[in-house]
Design a protein around this ligand. Sequence first.
Ligand code: DGL
Length: 264
Amino acid sequence: MIIKSQQPIGIFDSGIGGTSIWKEINTLLPKESTIYLSDSKNAPYGQKTKEEIIDLSIKNTEILINKGCKIIVVACNTATTNAIEYLRANYNIPFVGIEPAIKPASLQTETGIIGILATKGTLNSSLFEKSSANINDNVQIIEQIGEGLVELIENGEMHSLKIRGLLEKYLSPMIAKKCDYLVLGCTHYPYLIPQIKSIIGNNITIIDSGAAVAKQTKNILVEKELLNTSNNQVSNTFYINKEKSVLKEIFKEYDKIEIDYLDF
Ligand code: DGL
């Protein structure tokens, strides 16, 4: 029987966005095998109710548990902020989540104004409300829903004029109000960083939590004695329940990656 530490890390997202987290995990933990679920058929989660997001998160969690994962990374801010409490209370497996990094931004801001770009589901969640209530009163948070961005990224239109137009509309108020930190509160958005940078210039620093999630995953594996220290062959499998060309494009420079269609 395969020993527990050699079992894969399970990762899920509403679509391809969580691959930005997968890349951080793979860089920090190259000896770990992974199974990634891209629930692109149901994207965007950000427009759904809390109950729907919990149901989809249960479905993804059970697939990953049945495939033998030793830990689950919820590589989606929307699923984390709406469903991770439920998952932790109901499944006996460690979970790592991702939440918008407004705390670090609030500690570093000099203008006292930070921006956050995230989905409606994340910004309306009670977990996000709690985190923003704990931010220093002197810091103003400009919240912006990134409506339409996830759909365009899922279609592979990261560099389109359409996405640029939306980004200009969403980011201009932040620039005008002299915000100096921009928090990316959706794992799809790191794929827009080149476009975002060309709009915001050098006076606004982008904060994204991908590397912190990978570090937290490692810490939990160490703490639970689940880190793979053997030199067994690593496998990285991606399951997508929609057309797989966008995933293929994202991983064109990686070898030893398996991308399969799965009906889930
Ligand atoms: N990647 C998801 C997140 O981090 C996208 C949410 C969505 O599907 O709307 O929030």
